[in-house]
Design a binder for this molecule. Structure first.
Ligand code: UDX
Length: 453
């Protein structure tokens, strides 16, 4: 997987065994470092000791298994012990969104206190969690304020650019590694930790590194919303957004990635990071109105898609609709801020009878998500009527519409002949423009895409 020659082995503590922390911990251990991964969730740590990875991420379980066996990777619930036994501490705890859009930094502050308490020898403290710009300074001030001796320490920022579903691959093949530091010592340690990856390393100050993360995620979200806005004009003008995106992407200055039209972006990063960037920009004195528009376009895209289905079926009440693909993107079981949840809510409001299918997402998780967001949640009665199918074919049986929301490979390869026989009315609503309208048309399907002729 990677050139394993490293120049120095570090004792690393990763705080937080979530998506960012666990991938980083397992991957650092694969690079040959000695890693302790701690998490306050004792059940999670007990599971990990038994090699149970708490979420689906390709190749992660293998890394955890192999490196635990080699004793390069250890899991423990004690933060204090983890910190004391390490030279470098990576903070990868959650920074969930608050109602006003700002990031909740309670866990980061708590960790900074614990580091101060356990600072028995020099340590490099690295923030890996996605945090608002200037958080590094706050971590430094907190440790400085509460440490009990004169022990020296450094704080650094090393933002994470991993994509869910490709996280392990991304760790070993980064486009760049960003390190924000205040001392040569911190810079050298981080360079040595990542030495065997042979990636380009951008060295900056801490604020700049934090801002690179804000700017990168927000720019990618902007790119998606831009092409989604173009798709709306394409629908009005009778043009094909897929061709527009293809031709735009061939211009090297634009690039062909993140120009896929559809029901918009979801996941735990883009929606949350965009809000946090908007919030912190305003706080610092700049109103980043462009990002508000990006968010608005993204939210409207789901509504627009459901309106198109409604336009075709006329009345949605009591119509049977199969929802295929629930995760916010393929190769993950994550449905946080997934477009599917908004689409399900909107269809339930119209009185549709839904059957859901996803290759990885568990039924309980969907019900929990539909119930949990207070301001948006659907009534208990309507949620209880949702059915779950074991196969995509079972989901569309007797349906008036098959609604594709996530472009899983399994769904891309679906047998449309079989689908046609099973459906009550052959309407395909393609939320990711995954299929060719003409091909489906020839097979006798009615097709709804986004921005397509
Ligand atoms: C993102 C960033 O890519 C990653 O660098 C950062 O560390 C975390 O946030 P992730 O949330 O895992 O990663 O997913 P990504 O693959 O970027 O997709 C995000 C969302 O955008 C998905 O819902 C996806 O379906 C959507 N998307 C992506 C589009 O709608 N169109 C596109 O062209 C690309």
């Amino acid at each position: 997987m990677v050139q394993k020659k490293i120049i120095k082995k570090y004792k690393i503590c990763v705080i937080g065994a979530g998506h960012v922390g666990l991938v980083a911990a397992a991957s650092f251990s694969e690079l040959g470092h000695r890693v302790i991964c701690v998490d306050s969730d004792k059940k999670k740590i007990e599971g990990l000791k038994k090699l149970i990875v708490p979420f689906y991420e390709p190749d992660l379980e293998k890394l955890v298994r192999e490196n635990t066996k080699k004793k390069n990777l250890l899991f423990m619930p004690s933060l204090d012990e983890g910190i004391k036994k390490s030279d470098v501490v990576f903070i990868a705890v959650g920074t969930p969104p608050q109602p006003d859009g700002s990031a909740d930094l309670t866990s980061i502050e708590d960790v900074a206190h614990r580091i101060a308490k356990n600072l028995v020898s020099y340590k490099l403290i690295v923030e890996k969690s996605t945090v608002p710009v200037q958080t590094g300074q706050k971590i430094k001030e907190t440790i400085q304020r509460y440490k009990k001796n004169t022990t020296h320490f450094d704080v650094a920022s090393n933002p994470e650019f991993l994509r869910e579903g490709k996280a392990v691959y991304d760790f070993f093949h980064p486009d760049r590694i960003v390190i924000g530091v205040e001392s040569r010592r911190a810079e050298n340690i981080l360079k040595e930790i990542y030495h065997s990856l042979k990636a380009s390393i951008i060295v900056t100050d801490i604020n700049t590194a934090e801002l690179i993360k804000h700017a990168s995620n927000s720019f990618l979200a902007t790119k998606i919303s831009f092409i989604n806005a173009v798709s709306r004009i394409c629908d009005c003008a009778g043009a094909d957004v897929e061709k527009v995106a293809e031709a735009m992407g061939m211009d090297e200055r634009i690039g062909n990635q993140f120009l896929q039209t559809g029901v918009g972006y979801g996941g735990f990063c883009f929606p949350k990071d965009l809000e946090a960037f908007l919030y912190i920009s305003k706080k610092l004195g700049y109103d980043f109105g462009l990002l508000r528009e990006v968010k608005k376009i993204n939210e409207e895209q789901r509504v627009y898609f459901v309106e198109k289905i409604k336009e075709h079926l006329w009345v949605i009440k009591d119509k049977r609709i199969g929802i295929l693909g629930l995760s916010f993107k393929p190769n993950t079981d994550d449905i946080r801020f997934a477009p599917s949840l908004d689409i399900i809510r909107l269809l339930l409001e119209e009185g549709a009878r839904l059957t859901l299918y996803d290759p990885q997402v568990k039924k309980e998780r969907v019900f929990w998500s539909l119930r949990s967001q207070k301001e948006k949640s659907s009534s208990e009665e309507t949620i209880a009527q949702i059915k779950f199918a074991k196969t995509p074919y079972e989901a569309v049986k007797g349906c008036d519409c098959a609604c594709f929301i996530t472009e899983w490979d399994e769904l891309k390869k679906i047998d449309f002949k079989k689908i046609k026989e099973l459906m009550h009315y052959p309407l395909i609503a393609d939320g990711r423009n995954m299929f060719t309208p003409q091909v489906l048309g020839k097979m006798g399907f009615k097709y709804i895409g986004i921005g397509r002729v």
